[in-house]
Design a protein around this ligand. Structure first.
Ligand code: ADP
Ligand code: MG
Length: 255
């Protein structure tokens, strides 16, 4: 078979197999192979690596969309000097994602505006960049979704959505007290993920001692905290709101 025929067949095969990136880079890789006198196996390696890299990038982009992060705030853009209560070493350790591989939880506590959601999203972004699946929702979203799901008899679908991601983010726990059925659902989510060794990142403006105000049943608070805290890092931020402080420092009048 002539080289030209083989070349055409390779193009067709790559196309049929859906190896788009390999097809796209075929000519350049063959040319480089010739110039650099690469071995056939090196050429194959390069071609397949290209394809895998492109697939990984696609997966990351898809996961990023599915995660529903409210903001793409990064850990790198977090100003530690403005918030000395946030231990940089702890955040850097979390950024290694060891917590996720070990199914541990991260709980960020503190008043509004201190960067809880910022850090939670930053950690989620790190996980997504490395190919993991994340899913973000506020506790309020969760309650709304649960109501809609119940009406449609689809609670099992919602449960699956909440179990599937490698890391589940539950934001703003504590802004509203939960009804009994929602508290039970939340317990089930926490419990199932705990049993499967899957991480949760949770933010709350209430300290653990105040979680009684969120759950109608004190036994449930104990049960939820028991699972959540078994393997967890808690970051307690007691500082001042970042935005308010910036406004104050800029000398603007607060109202
Ligand atoms: P919280 O979730 O604790 O209410 P956010 O994470 O929403 O607070 O932070 C409020 C705003 O201030 C966001 O835009 C966030 O990016 C920013 N912010 C808060 N703390 C910091 C910080 N230390 N460095 C940089 N930006 C910050
Ligand atoms: Mg927040």
């Amino acid at each position: 078979m002539s080289a030209a025929v083989s070349y055409e067949r390779v193009r067709d095969h790559l196309d049929e197999l859906g190896l788009e990136a390999a097809l796209q880079h075929l000519d350049a890789i063959l040319e480089r192979g010739q110039k650099a006198e690469l071995l056939p196996v090196e050429i194959l390696d390069e071609l397949l690596s290209r394809e895998l890299a492109a697939r990984f990038e696609r997966r990351v982009n898809t996961n990023l969309k599915l995660a529903g992060l409210p903001a793409h705030t990064t850990l790198e853009s977090f100003d530690y000097e403005a918030q000395p209560q946030v231990p940089r070493e702890t955040i850097e350790e979390l950024a290694s994602l060891r917590f996720l591989h070990q199914g541990e939880n991260v709980i960020l506590l503190g008043p509004p505006g201190v960067g809880k959601t910022h850090l939670a999203c930053g950690l989620a972004l790190k996980a997504i960049e490395r190919g993991h699946r994340a899913y973000f929702l506020s506790l309020h979203d969760l309650v709304t979704k649960a109501r809609v799901s119940r009406e449609r008899n689809r609670l099992h679908n919602l449960m699956r959505t909440l179990q599937r991601p490698d890391v589940l983010l539950i934001d703003e726990m504590g802004f509203l007290p939960l009804k009994a059925e929602d508290a039970t659902l939340l317990f089930e989510v926490v419990n199932k993920r705990y049993q499967r060794g899957k991480s949760i990142i949770l933010t709350s403006n209430k300290s653990y001692g105040q979680w009684d105000e969120i759950f109608p049943d004190p036994v449930q608070v104990t049960a939820v905290l028991d699972r959540l805290l078994h393997h967890a890092t808690t970051i307690n931020i007691r500082g001042e709101s970042y935005r308010l402080r910036h406004r104050r420092e800029a000398g603007l009048k607060l109202n």
